[in-house]
Design a protein around this ligand. Structure first.
Ligand code: FES
Length: 202
């Protein structure tokens, strides 16, 4: 292993530990450290936009890609999934994605589907409560921990928050907000770019 690689992985471990510990002392340490930090090509690439080919995704299929260390879901919604979304509005905490729109929902996704194309959802798979990763519960109908009229979506098992197929949080759940839709764009019919849109990189 080259020196560069050793240093790079050591730094990543330190930064990860700082994130986990949080707090002022941790941040001060990170600040001192970062001031001499020259990011390697690999580190730069870790923050770069991610291109995903979505050709051939079947209706109901979910792909997970990593962007900036976070899981990003790409869900190809079936026509039934798409048509169920507008009917759920009165059960949701923020059906029109009006809360924290700058942080959570780019302008082009402030619609019922929270997406550019109605059938393709792009969302960060991290719960807005305490950051667990929700599990997919795409199948509608009664099942453990979910209401009998479940329409399909996501369940965060940590404290029971539920989200619909557009990542919109149901009312009266611990999670305060909808899942984040990251900035994204299409660079062709089936090529999705995550972490970048017409305004530039996220
Ligand atoms: S972290 Fe998801 S419900 Fe608490």
């Amino acid at each position: 292993m080259s020196n560069d690689k050793q240093v790079d992985s050591g730094r990543r471990v330190l930064l990860a530990a700082t994130c986990a510990a949080g707090g002022v002392a941790g941040l001060a340490t990170a600040g001192a450290f970062v001031s001499t930090f020259q990011p390697s090509e690999r580190a730069k690439a870790a923050g770069a936009p991610v291109e995903v080919d979505i050709a051939g995704m079947a209706p109901g299929e979910l792909k997970t890609v990593e962007w900036r260390g976070k899981p990003v879901w790409i869900l190809k919604r079936s026509p039934e999934m798409v048509s169920a979304l507008p009917k759920l509005d009165d059960q949701l905490a923020d059906p029109k994605s009006q809360r924290n729109p700058d942080e959570l929902t780019p302008e082009y996704a402030r619609n019922e589907y929270r997406s550019i194309k109605p059938d393709i959802l792009v969302a960060v798979g991290i719960c807005t409560h305490l950051g667990c990763s929700p599990t997919t519960k795409l199948q509608p109908g009664p099942q453990p921990s979910l209401p009998d009229d479940w329409q399909g979506g996501f369940l965060c098992p940590c404290h029971g928050s539920t989200f619909d197929m557009a990542g919109r949080v149901y009312k009266n759940k611990p999670a305060p907000d909808n899942l984040q839709v990251p900035r994204h764009m299409y660079a062709g019919d089936t090529k999705l770019v995550i972490g970048k849109d017409e305004k530039g990189e996220a």
